[in-house]
Design a protein around this ligand. Sequence first.
Ligand SMILES: [Fe+2]
Length: 377
Amino acid sequence: MKFEHYMPVRIIFGWGRLSELGEVASSFGRRALVVVGRGSARRSGALDRALDSLRRAGVEAEVFEGVPPNPTSTFVDEGAEEARRKGCEVVVGLGGGSSVDCAKAIAVAAVGGRPVWDYVTSEHPSGALPMIAVPTTSGTGTEANPYAVLTEPNLKEKRALNRPPFTYPKASIVDPELTLSLPPRETAVTGMDVLFHALEAFVGKRCHPFVEAAAELAVRGVAKFLVRAVKNGGDREAREGMSLASTAAGMAINGGGTTALHGMEHPVSAHLNVAHAEGLCALSGPYLKYLAEVVPGKMARVAEWLGEERAAERAVVAVEELKEELGLNLRLRDLGVSEDMLETLTNDTLRVMGHNVANTPGEPDGERIYEFFREAM
Ligand SMILES: [Fe+2]
């Protein structure tokens, strides 16, 4: 066995710990750029509490608001300009994966001074502002890995800015209380992202024992708590369980990466701007069947973690049933994909997300990828 494990993020987990943001931020600087989305952090009161905590610790805050659901490189460039102009020394990403990823990318581009897409594709960053992640969803796990997923709107490409150590948060405050106000649909969708992160990292070729341990923690958490959190948003035990599962899954992909499922989804949301995990749900049926054939032993373990009998096909059925229960039994067609797009989506998967395909057991070729898309219609 041969592997490396690197996860340099200080994880601050627990109820009410948003109040510690100011203290954490003050160790990095006196002026913070607080990156938020289009209103939910403001409506829920999370933004006010964050600003209050910063103020009490003597940190001045500049709010950079309006991160779109699939954050664009152009929006990041505006944020980086803002951070430079205001002399910000630390960046806080408060919100769902979009806001946190946007903050990661702003932290890099603010120091480097070039358009962020250069750092996505070729340029190595010269540094980054210290960045603090404060997730308000249980989904991306970005609080525990170096990925910031961005879309280049002109190229219609969705790629991860992945430049460790610069794209790791210095600290992540994972406060389950922030997820209490997340509506049922968002809870369901982001929760499925958690499941697929864990599953993909585990079946992927780069899986190692720490990835496996994190994946098991995450899948067991989803099995136990996701439906509960969706049905009763105020179920604190379930919310905490999902926060933990999300961070664990983030750690799983930190080491193991994702596979062709995420590889196929990125082109879908790059072209159609759909919610990431809705795309994953739509594509997962045929992909999981494939995994049950290619890595039956691993899929049998996933079935067991999901509370099923230890058999590969049970994992496939259990995920289908979970999607059904959550109202996420989607087809690609429901998301606006048409037959004539399948070739482009296949080519983009291979061209833009080839590293994900290479991490997939059995390494499906272009024909197989096309089949996944077709079967998912
Ligand atoms: Fe994801």
